[in-house]
Design a protein around this ligand. Structure first.
Ligand code: COA
Ligand code: AMP
Length: 630
């Protein structure tokens, strides 16, 4: 069926559309209706349905006779390991770990934190929680102790499942000391931890509290799939907001299964038995939705890749994986392709592999530049589909649903068309709809479709304030963009202080909070500056306390180390300048956007007063000293 006809059928009767999609999911108790508006504007889906996520991702495929099919292929060039986990094995592994967790008193609704690298056991841990109705919260391995501690205190897990280490090119990252530090810092103390000992660097276990992965599961009875309410939380995933306190995005079980299952076939063009690869990390929403849950709901084989696009061992790594495992649809962030293009500008390494099985490349996570899209399209000879979504939504808001309609036109620079379920509008400051081609705030008319967040964990007021209050009746995405006459969306920038570094969403506010803690820093601002590889990287502007006479390089080096220690290496914070004062509006708001434009060498409208001009000149001079604009 053609995209527009399907979109219109959703618009005409959303209830029937989603009830039909729910028919592709196994329910213990069928839902009698899709949308529930009792708590509007906090909407819920499939409230009276009862199901289990792990059953739908694993057991039902075994029951259907596909137990021998590969569910997950762990391909790890950083360790040299390769492992195929079939659906039948996955059922056994999740039942065993689920049983061991249940034996220790973890039950429906209890939270379990997962802090693991890209190993099959990370997916097993997520699915085992889902199996027993526990709520998992995965934390990305590139975050430091402090970030873990903040999340532990917010979601109060009964247990933490972690690995002894992660492996980054050229270095082993010890996860266990980071976890120990986090538990020490946090006020809430999880009852126990389960540690997967990796041969690259086993960890020292604390007696009584830490259980070794295998020993923990020994003798445990396999857990059945617990019945879970359709609107009950499957997981909490923390994402960056404006402040240092991350937002706990809640994902309800029923709508998540319905929406992701729909998206695999209709958006990504894959079905049962096909191989799907999302080159991301289980610590991000892309990893949750499209390394673990989406492909498994649909009965695909999912690649779990522990490596980088370059250097593991070379810029042909992606082509090798696609060819070796027969990937049909591939999803990554543009930054990965920029990294490959930088090392292998002609894409010569692709010539050594048979990529004929690949049908589509999907990009998301950050703005796609046309150079990268065109380069990828020329090298791979497949449609390159940019699609746009957020941790909050859990699946694409706009894209090109090639499974529904393979002839949809790709427009480079656009993130495609609204998916069924999303009524996307461009609003001006007064909340009025902007004309086609006009830039405005991108908002989605409520209710959001199944799978999207109904609220934030423990923070309903923040949810209302951050997303629902600016434009009553709409969800505010935090992105600015425009729509063309045919409805193709163009995402241009964030409207808040969130930046996007190598496809990772980071809060400049959180970095400012850390920098302010440096004893010599009186005031500071962090902005995102353009970067050829990572899209954006953070840059700090530091005003020092009066009388501080230490060498500036020393202070900057300490600030760089402080961010790495408190937020983690993922922040990629390396650039900072010391300035006399920061430009501000009369009400005291720091003019971050203008500072960003100066750093990037872009034009901007001059501020009101001569004094402001003088401050901006100072900023320009300080930046020039470190080679900006580049
Ligand atoms: N555990 C511990 N540390 C981690 C980590 C993890 N899981 N993932 C990243 N890090 C560390 C890296 O080692 C690096 O540390 P360093 O400062 O000591 O070098 C730092 O965090 C930044 O990592 P990364 O953003 O991966 O940058 P990079 O310079 O190592 O690699 C790219 C650059 C472009 C190759 C890389 O960002 C990439 O592959 N991006 C793909 C996009 C992607 O996965 N996006 C996710 C959303 S779809
Ligand atoms: P995250 O919640 O980490 O997935 O980050 C979501 C944010 O990343 C969005 O709000 C956008 O700012 C940005 N983003 C994601 N996908 C795209 C895209 N295809 N084009 C432009 N920006 C994107």
């Amino acid at each position: 069926m053609e995209y527009r006809a399907v979109y219109e059928s959703w618009r005409a009767d959303p209830e029937s559309f989603w009830m039909a999609a729910a028919g592709d999911i196994d329910w213990v108790t069928q839902p009698t209706r899709a949308l529930s508006d009792e708590k509007a504007p906090l909407y819920e889906w499939f409230v009276d349905g009862v199901m289990n996520t792990c059953w739908n991702a694993v057991d039902r495929h075994v029951a259907a006779g596909r137990g021998d099919q590969a569910a997950i292929i762990h391909d790890s060039p950083v360790t040299g390991a390769k492992r195929v986990v079939t659906y039948a094995e996955l059922q056994e592994l999740t039942a065993r770990l689920g049983g061991a967790l249940a034996r220790k008193g973890v039950g429906p609704g209890d939270r379990v934190m997962i802090y693991m690298p890209m190993v099959a056991e990370a997916a097993v841990a997520m699915l085992a929680c889902a199996r027993i109705g526990a709520v998992h919260s995965v934390v990305f391995g590139g975050f430091a102790s402090n970030e873990l501690a903040v999340r532990i205190d917010d979601c109060k897990p009964k247990a933490v499942i972690a690995a002894s280490c992660g492996v980054e090119p050229g270095r082993v990252v010890d996860y266990k000391p980071l976890l120990d530090g986090a538990i020490e810092q946090a006020e809430h103390k999880p009852g126990f931890t389960v540690i997967l000992q990796r041969p690259q660097r086993p960890a020292t276990l604390i007696e009584g509290r830490d259980k070794e992965w295998e020993a923990f599961q020994e003798g445990a009875s396999p857990a059945p799939c617990a019945p879970v309410g359709g609107a009950d939380p499957l997981y909490i995933l923390y994402t960056s907001g404006t402040t240092g306190q991350p937002k706990g995005v809640v994902r309800p079980a029923g709508g998540h299964a319905v929406a992701l299952n729909w998206s695999m076939k209709n958006l990504y063009g894959v079905d049962t038995g096909d191989v799907f690869w999302a080159a991301s990390d289980v610590g991000w929403v892309v990893g949750h939705s499209y390394i673990v849950y989406g492909p498994l709901f649909r009965g695909c084989t999912s690649i779990l890749y522990e490596g980088k696009p370059v250097g593991t061992p070379d810029a042909g790594a992606f082509w090798r994986v696609i060819a070796e495992h027969g990937v049909k649809s591939f999803f990554t962030a543009p930054t990965a392709f920029r990294a490959i293009k930088r090392e292998d500008p002609e894409g010569e390494l692709a010539g050594a592999y048979d990529l004929s099985g690949l049908d589509y490349l999907f990009l998301a996570g950050e703005r796609s530049d046309s150079d990268t899209v065109n380069w990828a399209q020329e090298r791979l000879g497949v449609p390159v589909v940019d699609h746009w979504w957020q941790t909050e939504t859990g699946w694409a808001i706009t894209g090109l649903p090639v499974g529904l309609d393979p002839d949809l036109e790709v427009r480079v620079g656009s993130t495609g068309l609204a998916m069924p379920g999303y009524d996307v509008r461009i609003l001006d400051e007064g909340g009025h709809e902007a004309a086609p081609g006009t830039l405005g705030a991108v908002a989605v008319k409520l209710p959001l479709p199944p799978g999207c967040l109904p609220t934030l964990w423990n923070a309903e007021a923040r949810f209302r304030n951050a997303y629902l209050e600016t434009f009553p009746g709409y969800y505010e995405t935090g992105d600015a963009g425009m729509k063309d006459a045919e409805g193709y969306l163009h995402i241009m920038a964030r409207t808040d202080d969130v930046i996007n570094v190598a496809g990772h969403r980071l809060s400049t506010g959180a970095m400012e909070e850390v920098l302010s803690d440096h004893p010599d820093v009186a005031e500071c601002a962090v902005i995102g500056v353009a970067d050829d590889l990572k899209g954006q990287v953070p840059m700090g502007f530091l005003c020092l306390n009066r009388g501080v006479e230490r060498p500036h390089e020393e202070i900057i080096a300490e600030c760089v180390a402080l961010i790495r220690e408190r937020i983690g290496p993922v922040a990629a914070f390396r650039l900072a300048v010391i300035v006399e004062r920061l430009p501000k509006t009369r009400s005291g708001k720091i003019l971050r956007a203008i500072m960003g434009k100066i750093a990037d060498g872009e034009s901007f409208r001059s501020p009101a007063t001569i004094d402001d001009m003088a401050i901006l000149d100072e900023i320009r001079d300080s930046l020039a000293k470190i080679g900006f604009p580049r």
